[in-house]
Ligand binder design. Structure first.
Ligand SMILES: *[C@@H]1O[C@H](CO)[C@@H](O)[C@H](O)[C@H]1NC(C)=O
Ligand SMILES: *[C@@H]1O[C@H](CO)[C@@H](O)[C@H](O)[C@H]1NC(C)=O
Ligand SMILES: *[C@@H]1O[C@H](CO)[C@@H](O)[C@H](O)[C@H]1NC(C)=O
Ligand SMILES: *[C@@H]1O[C@H](CO)[C@@H](O)[C@H](O)[C@H]1NC(C)=O
Ligand SMILES: *[C@@H]1O[C@H](CO)[C@@H](O)[C@H](O)[C@H]1NC(C)=O
Ligand SMILES: *[C@@H]1O[C@H](CO)[C@@H](O)[C@H](O)[C@H]1NC(C)=O
Ligand SMILES: *[C@@H]1O[C@H](CO)[C@@H](O)[C@H](O)[C@H]1NC(C)=O
Ligand SMILES: CC(=O)N[C@H]1CO[C@H](CO)[C@@H](O)[C@@H]1O
Length: 432
């Protein structure tokens, strides 16, 4: 039976693994090109990247955008971003283009860029907030002047093969598609303007493209049972087990420990799960009409500070959150009617930075929820979350039969059954 379920779930992951997130079904990053003016040999366009994902941001070291020109286009200039490689411009005499590569690679400029080289919404080191966390910072933009392209909306050829790293792999981009020209409206100028031509590219994220293992795991405990249910062992793969750091004392002798990651290799503290991040859900207190959960997030990576981290949890009682202490909270309602999912994130300047592994590498909060007397129970692991995501990646939960149990409740099989029902439910939703 269990085998059948695993196979079923596996098939679901494979078949729907292509960029569909059940908790954020409409999440995507849209890249919009607005042609603002024609030039003698091409056009000037504003390229705007909007992160419409509710809880997945682009962390430092930021985004990298690439495409392939349809013809022999060149870039004459760029404001608010840069091409990493000029390429071979040897065919040009006198006036040499800024970039001649067939497939340019573009990155954002760093904060502190001189004012005259900036463009609106640029120069954030490629960091883009998620739509749910900070809509005003969920956009990044630059201006590009293109030559040797068409000079009318009939002759311009759209760039092809868009790629987006954010900052790692995981995004797949659609072909560019011509859409109605964008209208710009500046309220204080009381004037409307319109792009000459606009095309959109939509990029969606798939965790399965990003990495073959999860990048976080969940552990449980409760006031009613002394058992601490740890993260599943090797939840995030044990390939790095030989390079992990055994204790904080040995750490002191490591050279270059906190130097920025080379090729993004994490340097992990040794744990049974080998995850860079662990989320712990502790059922802490039971009142007459309320109950209280403590959530802690621990960083085990010595080479990573997580800025603007987000935590998403799915639990049926999140429709009655009364108070969240020391995190910000926002309900997410992926299926209109079911209010069982929410996003926690750090408070600005207080705990929005989850520091590298070590004494400060954790953040925590408590959540007070009002019981719905009809459904509330401590039995069968009901008090534990159904899904948990850290920074937009789903975390591995312990197996159902390892959840802390109420004393004397030999309800394991029933609980297994309810997990099965849940799995089937999500299978249906995913296939829908
Ligand atoms: C991208 O996201 C926006 C906002 O959620 C949504 O309106 C739009 O339909 C999405 N686009 C695609 C192609 O999924
Ligand atoms: C194109 O992208 C922008 C976001 O940059 C979005 O507002 C607009 O709705 C998109 N247009 C279409 C037709 O999808
Ligand atoms: C675009 O990518 C596809 C598949 O990756 C490839 O077959 C095609 O040759 C690429 N086109 C260009 C113009 O690079
Ligand atoms: C091209 O421009 C003409 C005239 O400005 C306009 O009527 C037409 O809709 C435009 N076509 C596209 C694809 O934007
Ligand atoms: C994390 O931030 C702290 C304080 O800003 C800094 O000292 C440390 O070097 C950073 N670590 C990494 C890996 O960037
Ligand atoms: C969802 O639940 C939150 C509390 O957790 C509540 O504030 C919000 O109003 C609810 N939204 C809907 C649409 O029920
Ligand atoms: C606590 O939970 C564990 C795991 O479900 C179970 O094996 C154990 O019997 C429980 N302890 C008590 C005192 O019921
Ligand atoms: C006990 C309680 O407050 N229950 C409420 C939980 O939230 C749902 C919908 O958000 C309400 O309908 C319940 O009354």
């Amino acid at each position: 039976m269990r085998f059948v379920i695993s196979v079923l779930l596996f098939l679901v992951f494979i078949s729907c693994g292509v960029a569909y997130d059940p908790l954020d079904p409409n999440g995507n990053i849209t890249i919009r090109w607005d042609v603002m003016s024609w030039t003698p040999d091409g056009y000037v366009a504003v390229v705007t990247m909007n992160n419409f994902q509710m809880y997945r941001h682009i962390m430092s070291p930021g985004w990298t955008l690439g495409w392939t020109w349809a013809k022999k286009e060149v870039i004459w200039s760029m404001i608010g971003a840069e091409a990493t490689d000029q390429g071979d411009c040897s065919k040009f005499k006198g006036n040499v283009p800024y970039c001649c590569k067939k497939n340019p690679t573009i990155v954002d400029l760093l904060p502190g860029t001189p004012y005259n080289q900036q463009f609106q919404n640029c120069c954030k080191g490629g960091v883009v907030a998620s739509w749910g966390q900070d809509p005003a910072s969920s956009v990044s933009a630059f201006q590009v002047s293109v030559g040797q392209s068409g000079t009318t909306n009939k002759t311009v050829k759209l760039p092809k093969n868009f790629t987006l790293l954010g900052p790692g792999p995981g995004y797949t981009c659609s072909p560019a598609k011509i859409v109605p020209p964008t209208n710009f409206f500046t309220p204080d100028l009381r004037r409307k303007t319109r792009a000459l031509m606009t095309w959109n590219v939509t990029c969606t994220y798939s965790q399965f493209l990003a990495s073959k293992h999860p990048s976080c795991c969940v552990s449980f405990s409760s006031f009613y049972n002394a058992t601490i249910t740890p993260c599943p062992s090797c939840a995030c793969g044990c390939e790095n087990k030989d390079n992990c750091i055994k204790s904080d004392s040995k750490l002191l002798s490591m050279v270059g420990l906190n130097t920025p990651p080379k090729g993004n290799t994490p340097l992990l503290q040794c744990t049974n799960h080998m995850c860079p991040v662990r989320v712990h859900w502790h059922v802490k207190l039971n009142y007459n009409n309320y109950w209280r959960v403590k959530i802690s997030i621990t960083n085990f990576n010595y080479r990573m500070n997580y800025t603007l981290w987000t935590l998403v949890a799915q639990h049926p009682n999140l429709n009655n959150v009364t108070q969240v202490f020391s995190f910000d909270y926002k309900p997410l309602i992926p299926y209109q009617s079911i209010n069982d999912t929410g996003m926690f994130y750090g408070m600005k300047f207080y705990n929005d930075l989850l520091m590298e592994a070590g004494p400060f590498g954790n953040v925590q909060s408590e959540v007070l929820m009002q019981k719905d007397q009809n459904t509330f129970t401590f039995k069968q692991g009901w008090a534990f979350p159904r899904r948990v995501y850290f920074n937009g990646d789903e975390c591995m939960l312990p197996p159902p039969d390892a959840y802390p149990n109420l004393p004397n409740s030999a309800q394991r099989n029933l609980f297994g059954l309810s997990m099965l029902i849940y799995s089937v439910f999500f299978l249906l939703i995913r296939l829908w």
